[in-house]
Design a protein around this ligand. Structure first.
Ligand SMILES: [Mg+2]
Length: 372
């Protein structure tokens, strides 16, 4: 068994092609993320990505510091196979910073998979599916631009969208739902408020939106308002999903006890890694809750990590939203494109994550780097 000999961390800023508004904040011009590279004794390299969003999980600066300063001493010099011990030590080394821990587990799995000649999904339970239905988010404050995107999605075979609501008023949300339902009857439409509703309006707005029968309504109110989430769930027949309310297994148990939702959006960036995300999915299935493969504003490395996790997690049945590499970034950072065919994400069968990052692109978009 080989040891980890080197660790590099980059903070990247990647240009995006549109503005995206959510109930908790907007993204425009660039997204910030952190890439981790681990090297083994034979020179094999494994990669991970921390996709941070300051208003949701935390900042890229925090992810960078978590990896470079606090987690690095628990990684360099350790055996690659001691993944559970390394992840436990990283968990205690720095509080929160779940995106950094997701990047670490991704890089450890990528490295181990490349050395063993096995895809990451083979290291975390084995594969239950070859493709994952893709959902793309509709979140541009200029709805005409989103209608152009809708035509592109239709031509590409994508048939799931998630309408981001709660950032520009209820009338704007209802207008867009009417247009989308009328003009795209063959699409599976979901709704995500990202906590955007005020508690005084929440019930009326959710009831209106529910009349359009979306597949689910996600996180209408603030993450900590568990009682209100439970009331909204009881007030409508449309399934309510929790996202910001549930990060990892600890929140999940609280959410189950409080009966706040019918389903959960599972993200490796919230749970702090692939195996903890699988734990959340199994807790959900154990009480009859559905599970969806959510993501942050990610590039291809994180998309691949999420794809392998969902490929090995039969409990996640509502598809995924790994659309950013193809539909939002001006340029992704992988050597070859993240694979989407006929509206489905394709699960790689090649070793590790399946695709390497393009180091020239990483250097090009890097604003900070740390090496040892
Ligand atoms: Mg969400």
């Amino acid at each position: 068994m080989q040891k980890i000999t080197h660790m590099q961390v980059w903070h990247l800023q990647l240009p995006v092609n549109a503005r995206r508004d959510h109930g908790i904040g907007s993204v425009e011009h660039v997204i910030d993320l952190v890439v981790l590279e681990l090297t083994s004794e034979d020179g094999t390299k494994g990669y991970g990505e921390a996709s941070s969003w300051s208003v949701f999980t935390g900042s890229a600066e925090a992810s960078f510091a978590a990896l470079d300063r606090y987690i690095r001493p628990h990684v360099v010099g350790r055996f690659i196979g001691d993944r559970a011990a390394i992840m436990t030590d990283a968990g205690y080394a720095v509080a929160h910073c779940t995106e950094a821990k997701a990047a670490l587990e991704t890089a450890l799995l990528d490295l181990q998979g490349r050395i063993a000649g096995l895809p990451v999904w083979a290291l975390i339970g084995g594969k239950c599916r070859d493709t994952i239905p893709l959902s793309c988010s509709i979140a541009d404050p200029d709805f005409d631009k989103d209608l152009v995107l809708m035509e592109r999605l239709r031509a590409d075979g994508v048939r799931i969208i998630k309408l981001k609501t709660g950032f520009a008023g209820h009338a704007f949300d209802i207008m867009r739902l009417e247009r989308l339902r009328g003009e795209y009857p063959d699409f599976d439409i979901r709704v995500d408020y990202n906590q955007g509703l005020h508690h005084t309006d929440a019930l009326a707005c959710v009831r209106d939106v529910a009349s359009f029968a979306p597949t689910f309504i996600e996180q209408p109110v603030k993450a900590h308002l568990f009682d209100l989430m439970a009331q909204l769930r009881d007030a409508t027949d449309v399934p309510l999903l929790a996202d910001e309310s549930i990060f990892g297994p600890e929140d999940m148990q609280h959410a189950i006890d409080s009966k706040i939702a019918d389903g959960v959006s599972i993200k490796i960036m919230k749970s702090g890694g692939l195996t903890r995300a699988q734990t959340v999915a199994r807790m959900a299935a154990g009480v009859g809750m559905s599970a969806y493969g959510g993501d942050m504003f990610e590039a291809g490395i994180a998309h691949l990590a999420g794809t392998h996790m969902i490929a090995a997690t039969p409990e996640i049945t509502l598809g995924c939203e790994f659309y950013q590499a193809r539909y939002f970034l001006v340029q992704d950072i992988l050597e070859t494109p993240f694979q989407v065919q006929d509206g489905q994400v394709v699960v790689p069968d090649t070793p590790g994550l399946g695709i390497l990052p393009d180091l020239d692109k990483i250097r090009h978009y890097s604003v900070k780097k740390a090496t040892s």
